[in-house]
Write a protein of this length. Structure first.
Length: 277
């Protein structure tokens, strides 16, 4: 069996009794960085008998068959990320998919998640939202992803590095306009902060100051349904973004829900994009 176990993002008190029990009963703990997980085990005074194995983007292809073989032999494997809920902006989903393909049971022990915590305390709409992950490091890729999300009418959640925050805020202010945004920093830690203001004002502030310290979650309100026109270029950009992780059929369905465009038209447009026409 594979157990996905959430770990604290800062406050050690957020490690649940079930999570502690799973870690202590595991035969193998697969982790992004064994040093980080070993430190957590020590700080929480856990009695661990498991072997710690590194599992991340760079060794996933090599490690997955080994982990699957361990589970088939009856071993209990726990998967953790460096902090928070596994598979949220980390490579674990391929292991979960492989488990399902080979009929290996998968379960999760839930806990804290930085994107969801940031959303709930942001004061932005929570009924519909999208998690965008990290803003791409290359400027052209960042512009493309942000532009492709401009027509979304739901709250957007992004991860960003402190040193790139000022540049990202300026780019979002340029593309999104002066929407309301929220920056959360050091969630669950002693110096947790929430900053809520218009993108333009936030961009101006951080352009004139040193990069903030600590881990960030950036949230931006969605496009205004009453004024957004959903021009064809914006819809094409949106479809291009969705197609990175979805089929043509699923992309058309999702874009229909977001834009109100006819699904038949969206399907043909998505098909054209997928064929690079």
């Amino acid at each position: 069996m594979l157990k996905l176990v959430s770990t604290p993002i800062g406050n050690l008190g957020d490690l649940s009794p079930r999570a502690a029990q799973a870690l202590q009963e595991a035969d193998i703990i697969a982790c992004e960085d064994t040093r980080t997980t070993r430190k957590l085990i020590t700080l929480c005074s856990l009695q661990i008998r498991a072997k710690l194995l590194a599992y991340h983007d760079h060794n996933g292809q090599e490690m997955r068959p080994k982990l699957l073989a361990y589970m088939k032999s009856g071993k209990q494997i726990v998967l953790v990320s460096d902090a928070g809920t596994p598979l949220i902006s980390d490579p674990g989903y391929k292991l979960v998919a492989a488990c399902h393909d080979q009929h290996i049971p998968v379960t999760a022990i839930p806990g804290v998640s930085a994107p969801l915590m940031a959303l709930t305390i942001s004061g932005l709409p929570t009924d519909r939202f999208t998690f965008q992950g990290f803003v791409p490091q290359k400027q052209n890729a960042a512009r493309a992803q942000i532009s492709g999300s401009a027509s979304l009418t739901m709250t957007q959640i992004w991860f960003e590095a402190p040193r790139r925050l000022a540049k990202t805020l300026a780019l979002m202010a340029e593309i999104y306009g002066d929407r309301l945004a929220v920056i959360t920093r050091e969630l669950t830690k002693l110096h947790e902060t929430i900053e809520r203001d218009r993108l333009g004002l936030l961009a101006e502030k951080y352009a004139q100051s040193d990069p903030p310290k600590g881990e960030l979650v950036l949230l931006v309100e969605g496009a205004d349904k009453s004024v957004h026109s959903y021009e064809e270029d914006a819809v094409r950009a949106l479809l291009g973004n969705i197609l990175q992780n979805s089929s043509v059929k699923d992309a058309a369905r999702e874009a229909e829900a977001l834009t109100g465009w006819p699904r038949r038209s969206l399907y043909q447009m998505a098909l054209s994009i997928a064929r690079n026409e």
